[in-house]
Design a protein around this ligand. Structure first.
Ligand code: UD1
Length: 416
């Protein structure tokens, strides 16, 4: 298994270009199931999770051509099943459920199992699909859904769910009548999906607010569409720059998607300046400790919590980090503690007491964002850090070690 080896202590300087958003690309690729003919997508990142959804779509009979653009044709769907082997490697595979039922009238999708960051059920996806008139059974670990044609309905999500909103948004586009989604997720990735669906001919209003209205249509047409920049990748580079006291221009990103992070980095002593097509981050000479509470968008993203915790381990005081989106999303703390960090967990709170310097160590990635936090810790630690189970990071970051290395970090991948 590959590992990433870092010799800490370099300031990051220069310019880094951000890739397309994984979490927007996944539902957009799934939405191709709603159309017949070739869809063309730009800015799809080159990542393991994209390969996984590609495999899943190919398994359904979808044709895929990967080149400068990503072309997808779902004219001939042979199967309506997402098998366990694929779903277990990527929970977002659940995103084919809504489109398959809407277009094909049936779907069989493996239930995602538990995962490192909590139970993460899909009950709200299932409940909403039932409210659209689908018959849904759980059999042999699979969700089996069928409906001759879905029927518009008013759906209230108990909890704001990103992929749940996306799944039902896609399904409702081909339903008979009007669907209203209440307490819908407002994440930019939901808005990007709604734009793509709109270009396909769907009638959607309110995306980006917590009430989305969808007037169902009979069919949708293929599109040419572009994926938004990855705000979590951009945020990870911003935090890394702040931690190393560096000065980096982060290009190809949309700072308006990062307001919560920008406010926190400024509070912590960094200077953030908008530049054409991105932001410049200049880290301060000292890091002030700040408190963080994760929330659905536009609150502080849970997908940047681990990276921000890495930064707080070398803050000047005490930081309280409260995770409200996922239970059990503190797996990175024990690894950060192996590098000397002073962290206490109290339920959904982590109390981080800043120390002057972390020490390099052998650490293990437990999930995607946890691995990013350990790389960030390695960049500022004294000595050598060796991160194993690198496959987690490859799910969501395109060539992370090359991008950090181009900014002056001493980081390399060692092949097993
Ligand atoms: C998406 C993102 C993930 C991010 C998360 C929160 C993708 C592919 N993944 O995950 O990177 O960390 O949003 O911003 O976009 N819940 C239920 N029942 C459900 C669905 C969700 O109880 O049926 C709960 C979850 O356990 C969690 C909360 O709702 O506590 C939010 O989860 P959700 O927004 O659904 O996360 P994902 O869409 O899986």
């Amino acid at each position: 298994m590959d590992k990433i080896v870092i010799a800490g202590g370099q300031r990051l300087c220069g310019e880094v270009a951000i890739s397309g958003a994984k979490n927007a690309a996944l539902p957009i690729l799934a939405s191709s199931l709603l159309t017949e003919g070739w869809n063309t997508y730009r800015n799809i990142p080159s990542l393991m999770d994209i390969k996984t959804i590609g495999k899943l779509l190919a398994n359904l009979g979808v044709e895929i051509e990967e080149g400068e653009t990503f072309r997808v044709n779902a004219s001939n769907i042979r199967k309506c099943e997402a098998p366990y082997d694929l779903v277990k490697t990527m929970r977002a595979s659940i995103l084919v459920l809504g489109p398959l039922v809407a277009r094909m009238g049936k779907a069989r999708v493996s239930l995602p199992g538990g995962c490192a960051i909590g139970a993460r059920p899909v009950n709200l996806h299932i409940k909403a699909l039932k409210e659209l008139g689908a018959e849904v059974d759980l059999k042999d670990g699979y969700i089996e859904a069928r409906a001759r044609r879905l029927k518009g309905a008013t759906i209230f999500f108990d909890i704001s769910t990103v992929t749940g909103t996306e799944n039902i948004l896609m399904a409702a586009c081909l339903a008979d009548g009007t669907t209203i989604l209440k307490n819908a997720a407002k994440e930019p990735e939901v808005v990007n999906l709604a734009q793509v669906l709109g270009a396909m001919g769907a009638r959607i209003s309110g995306a980006g607010t917590d009430v989305i209205r969808i007037d169902g249509v009979e069919r949708l047409r293929p599109v040419e569409a572009e994926v938004i920049p990855d705000r979590i990748e951009a945020g990870t580079f911003m935090i890394a720059t702040a931690m190393t006291g560096g000065d980096v221009r982060i290009t190809g990103c949309l700072p308006q998607h990062l307001d919560a992070l920008i406010a926190k980095l400024q509070e912590a002593g960094s200077e953030i300046t908008p530049i054409g097509g991105g932001v410049r981050v200049a880290g301060g000479s000292k890091i002030r400790s700040v408190d963080i509470k994760t929330l659905p968008y536009p609150g502080f993203p849970t997908d940047l919590q681990a990276q921000m915790m890495a930064m707080m381990t070398i803050g000047g005081g005490l930081s309280v980090i409260t995770e409200t989106v996922f239970e059990n999303r503190f797996m990175h703390t024990s690894e950060l503690m192996r590098m000397g960090a002073d962290i206490r967990i109290r339920g959904s709170r982590a109390i981080v007491k800043g120390i002057p310097v972390l020490r390099g160590a052998r650490v293990m990635a437990t999930d995607l964002r946890a691995s990013a936090s350990l790389i960030l810790a390695g960049l500022v630690a004294e000595g050598r850090t060796e991160l194993s189970r690198v496959y987690h990071i490859d799910r969501g970051y395109q060539e992370i070690e090359k991008k950090f290395s181009a900014l002056g970090a001493d980081i390399r991948r060692e092949k097993a």
